[in-house]
Design a protein around this ligand. Structure first.
Ligand code: IMP
Ligand code: MG
Length: 181
């Protein structure tokens, strides 16, 4: 753990800030979906910690599903999405909430939403813990956002660099020398 902390330039969101904001999102989602049984699709691996915390502050009968994705392309018409893991849940007529760690270009979510629409859910909404709005190229926005953040590479609370730092309990900005070397 010690070596991971040393690689962080500064803490962006503390455990306490994350807990508070996730609770607020949970309250908002619980109100919006009151009386419904939504399916929360967690996007692996980055969203798992956010997902697990969000679930426990949503007072709803939630169905848990997961997908793992890679995307290529520009998110307008020609992008390609690879499902490394799909869900076999029947989405028809269901209220789907996609739970993602961060929206950057928006390509991944743009393509995922396009694909999920073919499965005829009653609704699709997006909940992203972090939103790098300045970097958006795809025509997509999240319905629920934890924090709008600057264009810096962040890790922790599920987010990785080269599969490292996901288990940091806070979100921090990585020292540039870590990813420049
Ligand atoms: P997009 O398709 O460009 O929106 O990419 C979103 C994905 O890129 C996220 O699900 C993350 O896996 C990854 N990503 C983007 N920015 C960061 C970051 O600052 N730290 C860690 N992962 C990131
Ligand atoms: Mg991701």
């Amino acid at each position: 753990m010690e070596s991971m902390h040393e690689d962080i330039k500064r803490v962006l969101y503390t455990e306490e800030q994350l807990r508070t904001r996730v609770r607020e999102l949970g309250e908002q989602i619980s109100r919006d979906y009151a009386g419904k049984k939504p399916i929360f699709i967690g996007i692996l691996k980055g969203a798992i910690i956010f997902y697990a915390d969000l679930l426990r502050v949503c007072e709803l009968p939630v169905q848990l599903e997961f997908m793992a994705l890679s995307s290529y392309g520009n998110g307008t018409t020609s992008g390609k999405l690879v499902f490394k893991k799909d869900t076999d849940a029947d989405l028809r007529g269901r209220d789907v909430l996609i739970v993602e760690d961060i929206i950057d270009s928006g390509n991944t979510l743009y393509l995922l939403r396009q694909e999920l629409r073919k499965r005829e859910p009653a609704s699709i909404r997006i909940c992203a813990l972090l939103d790098k709005t300045a970097r958006r190229t795809a025509d997509i926005s999240a319905d629920y956002v934890g924090f709008h953040c600057e264009d810096e590479f962040v890790v922790g609370y599920g987010l990785d660099f080269a599969e490292k730092y996901r288990n940091l309990p806070y979100i921090g900005v990585l020292k540039p020398e870590i990813y420049e070397t």
